[in-house]
Design a protein around this ligand. Sequence first.
Ligand code: NAP
Length: 328
Amino acid sequence: MTMYGWLCENPTGADQLQWKPLQLEAPGAGQVRVAVRAASLNFPDLLTVENKYQIKPALPFVPGAEYAGVVEAVGPGVTQLAVGQHVAVIGASGGFGTHALTSASQCLPVPADMPFEHAAAFAFTYGTTHHALMDRAALKAGETVLVLGAAGGVGSSAIQVAKAAGARVIAGVSSEEKADFCRTLGADATLNYATEDVRERLKALTEGRGPDVVYDPVGGHLAEPVFRSIAWRGRYLVIGFAGGAIPALPWNLALLKGASVVGVFWGDYVRREAAAFAQALQQLMGWYQQGLITPPIDRVLPLRELPQAYALMASRAVKGKLVMRHDG
Ligand SMILES: NC(=O)c1ccc[n+]([C@@H]2O[C@H](COP(=O)([O-])OP(=O)(O)OC[C@H]3O[C@@H](n4cnc5c(N)ncnc54)[C@H](OP(=O)(O)O)[C@@H]3O)[C@@H](O)[C@H]2O)c1
């Protein structure tokens, strides 16, 4: 029995991935086999195939950390899932193939009427953002949130979650096209950090107070001017470093604003605080069902076009999420 997948044998970049026939394996104890219908691309998928991510799957591996599909076989000891169940999966790898073996504990059952494209582009971004904004920053209605990289995967989810929580959102982006996109997602104002003076613009948009919460998946040279602009008792959420450089801040800035630098590590939060994550997911699914949050899908590509998707993400050309589709 054969399946197909994009195999990474040499983790030096997405151009090394090869579409290959692979053995279709039976699930072991505690595992299920999922017939993959959709998989989304997240920035860590880019880092993983370059051997730059903190989690390094054993070689060779099929990348794809977030996907959705149908359970088609269950291994010994699995009682919580049955064949035919629709699931979303968050793991380290496996999604960019026609089938994936995964631990049953990494599967989130999803309603049968949730499109696979949405199920495959939900928990990673919205889960990270819920943990960041609602839990780590304790965001309150009426506060102002500045989202950097706001047109990206986690950034676009932050616009929607902050709006669902009753906050005001300033979307920070690198182009006018991305600014327009963020306004369609509900952003109240935008900051083009490629062309505008960051500190002056934030001052003008907040009557001099600065944003209460900053959501930063970009890092690099933006961090310091933004931190200098943060409001009294501000919370600066360290989400990631898509810009490449890890910033260093003079600590006196935190003192002067009574502000906090708050780390966000969603993967470990899910492992360490499973009950809290389950509750967060329930709230997110409720918001999804009310139409308050919907994954903004830039485009759906056939799974065989994965290299094109990697190239789009690496060139900052994606607005929202890229989803790969496999129709079985
Ligand atoms: N802490 C956690 O638990 C956690 C969870 C999920 C993701 N993350 C991290 O969050 C970051 C964003 O992930 P994502 O999936 O949202 O990525 P994404 O969809 O590619 O979005 C990243 C955004 O960053 C901006 N950016 C600035 N410089 C860039 C560069 N040199 N290359 C690419 N993008 C650049 C881009 O917006 P502009 O062009 O508008 O600047 C882009 O829209 C990653 O570092 C990821 O590892 C962290």
